[in-house]
Design a protein around this ligand. Structure first.
Ligand code: SAM
Ligand code: SF4
Length: 358
């Protein structure tokens, strides 16, 4: 009998809901990771795409119960980088050969923010041209705003659905946050011509293996190009995180779950871009390399100025708080070579799934 791993390796979208749940609980974790890594090598080689991550502001209009920079956390010192600072960080990433940048912040809506981002994107695009990928991760916006930012030069957008289970979503957010609205934003982004990315947190309280299997089915049914997933890590100053006991064993379990999600997603979807999230590194110093060996093919080194990093803490234990971007670059290149992979310097690293669809 062909094993489930063989079946998943042979062709994409081959697994039923039950089989996805079985993969997520696969008894031989190393075997699972190796099978997913082989599929990743077949679709994008032994190469890692870099995105320079610019976390440009922690002011947020929303109040997600799990997030350290939620509007209700009054212990946070709020910041918002200037347009010049953001453009400078993007230019640094471009010159360093990163091929792509990601602009991320708390969610802000309204004309002032829409015009600010539009101007920043236009300036980065004017300086770097099409050689530099510009990804935005700025939450839920109107379709018109998404379209303006796309026209200004952004071409990828990351908006995690957080969980594909609307009931679980409702338990993690205040009542005016809507799962349906978030899903509709993903569809609006596709209509605007972005490469669309989404993802979930793994290890949320009350989340089951069935939920995680359904998450992977959601990625398939929405035909996503990029997946950015990470383990949920409690933040002590949040309603969800304050009472969750944390220990080295809990961190180990959460890491393994995050890796299993990467592997099962790779085995089901094959040609999407999958990021090895920074949250993996918060749980294990080599967490992101482990993510690559479990099927991820993208890394997002932080290029935000050090003075701001400590104020952008979504969860406890954020790594590299006092390392500048240049040190990160050297250290990452070495770590990637150590696992037999190479960095795709000066390449945008577009999603093969997006190219195949076109
Ligand atoms: N505000 C935008 C949004 O929510 O889409 C973009 C920035 S938001 C900080 C990026 C992601 O951080 C969220 O989608 C969420 O999955 C993740 N995040 C927030 N709190 C987290 C936590 N405690 N553990 C792990 N990931 C977390
Ligand atoms: Fe704001 Fe995003 Fe954090 Fe929710 S996850 S509170 S939208 S920054």
């Amino acid at each position: 009998m062909t094993s489930l791993l063989d079946k998943a390796t042979e062709r994409p979208h081959a697994l039923t809901h039950r089989e996805l749940a079985e993969l997520l609980a696969w008894p031989d974790a190393d075997g699972l990771f190796k099978a997913a890594y082989a599929v990743k090598c077949r679709s994008s080689g032994r190469r890692v795409a870099f995105r320079g991550l610019i976390e440009f502001g922690n002011v947020c209009e929303k109040d997600c119960f799990y997030c350290g920079i939620r509007k209700g956390n009054d212990k946070v010192r709020r910041f918002h980088m200037t347009a010049d600072e953001i453009v400078r960080a993007a230019e640094w990433a471009h010159k360093a050969g990163y091929g792509s940048v990601v602009l991320q912040s708390g969610e802000l809506t309204g004309e002032t923010n829409a015009a600010f981002v539009e101007d920043v994107v236009r300036r980065i695009h004017a300086a770097a041209g099409d050689a530099l990928g510009i990804t935005l991760s700025l939450g839920e916006q109107s379709e018109e705003t998404y379209r303006r930012w796309r026209k200004a030069g952004a071409h990828r957008y990351l908006l995690r659905i957080e969980t594909s289970n609307p009931e679980l979503y409702a338990r993690l957010h205040p009542s005016d946050h809507s799962w349906e609205r978030r899903r509709d934003c993903l569809r609006a982004l596709r209509r605007c011509g972005y490469q669309v990315g989404s993802g979930v947190m793994a290890g949320l309280p009350g989340q089951t293996t069935d939920d995680l299997a359904a998450d992977i089915e959601f990625f398939a049914s929405e035909d996503l190009d990029m997946i950015g997933m990470g383990p949920y890590i409690p933040h002590p100053d949040t309603p969800l995180g304050k009472d969750i006991p944390w220990s080295p064993e809990a961190a180990k379990e959460r890491l393994e779950l995050g890796l299993r999600m990467i592997a099962a997603t790779r085995l089901h979807l094959h040609d999407v871009n999958i990021a090895a999230a920074t949250a993996l590194q918060a749980l294990d110093p080599t967490g992101r390399e482990k993510g690559l060996l479990a099927g991820a093919n993208v890394m997002m080194p932080n290029v935000t100025d050090n003075q701001y990093r400590a104020d952008y803490q979504l969860y406890a234990g954020k790594p590299c708080l006092d390392e500048n971007a240049a040190i990160c670059r050297t250290c990452l290149e070495r770590r990637i070579a150590a696992i037999g992979e190479e960095v795709m310097w000066n390449e945008r690293g577009d999603s093969p799934h997006w190219r195949n669809r076109k």
